[in-house]
Design a protein around this ligand. Structure first.
Ligand code: G3I
Length: 338
């Protein structure tokens, strides 16, 4: 059976997943699944500030390099994630970065990190999750350390620095909460559109919107394909590409019955992707993990076992295809019908 990456490639798209160094260097079945199914890899952790930056004058690329090497050795595209975010700023950042050195620190971070992988990165999540309408600003910007230290132009600054460091990489603004016909998501979609229009009108070198796509199986009745597609059309009309960057479906509040849960989760994937892939500006899809065994959704282990991704966590050893799920079939169908 053709793998997800092959079905995507048949339509000129890509499919892949987030990955962490740990399973990708130890779990042989997971590695085989990943190689077979994924045409693109995004580091789930290893290019974030906490991982790269032990202190203000040091960079540690050990794990980021390992993932870059893994992608290259398996002919996978590589995404960069993420240069500017309000989460995972190391402790020293809060203590040592201030209004007078923040530009130099950010410039050095982007020059060093983007420069190191120049020519090897398909697309960088330059700025991640900069909008939070609840923070009350008219521009909808989230009250982050970057905004406090640099003002609203921190986005333009970051994109220009990234473009200078790697003219080949697609530069992406990445965001969540854009999916549903809910009050919050509607407000966030219009704030994101305004942000993108502003950046484009300033001549900011931004090429794509990353729509994370962290869906909720129990809330999927709120998905309105027509409204979602019209948002995608609005983004595309700004001359931007679109990547579905972190797709998964939270199944925590679904019925306990495993086969019922599997069906609801798979249907959520298929509804979402068949809508998204009708928009020609959408160039590819990544799920935020490949196997339930390693999903971030189980990190707060209070929520028990998750059934959110294309591969199951059934006990190993398995043959490489043995643990595919209905989610896998749903994604395959969405690509086949794109
Ligand atoms: O803190 C340890 C660190 O000391 C250790 O060196 C490292 C070794 O792997 O592990 C670290 O543990 C955790 C890390 O994931 C790696 O597993 C961190 O404590 C934990 O906070 C971190 O969580 C990640 C989270 O982003 C914060 O970075 C999740 O795995 C990851 O799935 C999640 O992903 C985010 C996207 O980046 C942005 N969009 C939302 C998405 C879900 O929150």
């Amino acid at each position: 059976t053709a793998s997800l990456k092959e079905r995507a490639a048949d339509k000129g798209l890509f499919y892949g997943s987030a990955a962490r160094n740990n399973p990708l260097s130890s779990d042989q079945t997971f590695i085989a699944n990943f190689i077979q199914e994924c045409g693109i890899l995004v580091p789930e952790w290893d290019q974030k500030w906490t991982s790269l930056r032990p202190n203000i004058s040091t960079f540690d690329f050990t794990y980021a390099d390992r993932l870059a090497k893994f992608a290259k050795s398996h002919d996978m595209l590589l995404r960069g994630h993420t240069l500017v975010w309000h989460q995972n700023l190391p402790a020293w950042f809060q203590e040592e970065v201030n209004g007078s050195n923040v530009e130099q620190i950010l410039q050095q971070h982007i020059n060093t990190v983007v420069g190191r992988y120049a020519g090897k990165i398909h697309s960088w999540d330059v700025v991640n999750e900069a909008i939070n309408v609840k923070d009350g600003r008219s521009d909808g910007l989230r009250q982050t350390p970057w905004l406090q230290l640099m003002g609203p132009d921190y986005l333009d600054f970051a994109f220009r620095a990234a473009a200078a460091a790697d003219p080949k990489a697609l530069l992406v603004y990445n965001e969540y909460g854009l999916d549903y016909d809910s009050r919050d998501d509607k407000a966030k979609r219009s704030a994101v559109l305004k942000l993108l229009e502003g950046l484009k009108s300033k001549g900011t070198p931004i090429h794509a919107l990353g729509i994370q796509g962290h869906l909720n199986g129990a809330g999927n009745f709120l998905f309105n394909p027509r409204k979602f597609r019209s948002f995608l059309r609005d983004v595309a009309s700004l001359g931007l590409k679109i990547i579905i960057t972190e797709l998964d479906v939270l199944d925590k509040d679904l019925p306990k019955n495993i086969s019922k849960r599997d069906r609801i989760v798979a249907a959520a994937y298929e509804d979402y992707l068949s809508a998204a892939l009708q928009e020609k500006a959408v160039i590819g899809v990544l799920t935020w993990g490949l196997s339930d065994r390693y999903t971030w959704l189980a990190e707060d282990n209070s929520s028990g076992e998750r059934l959110s991704l294309p591969f199951s966590l059934r006990p190993l050893p398995l043959d490489v295809n043995g643990n595919r799920k209905l989610v896998w079939n749903a994604i395959a169908r969405a690509f086949d019908q794109a």
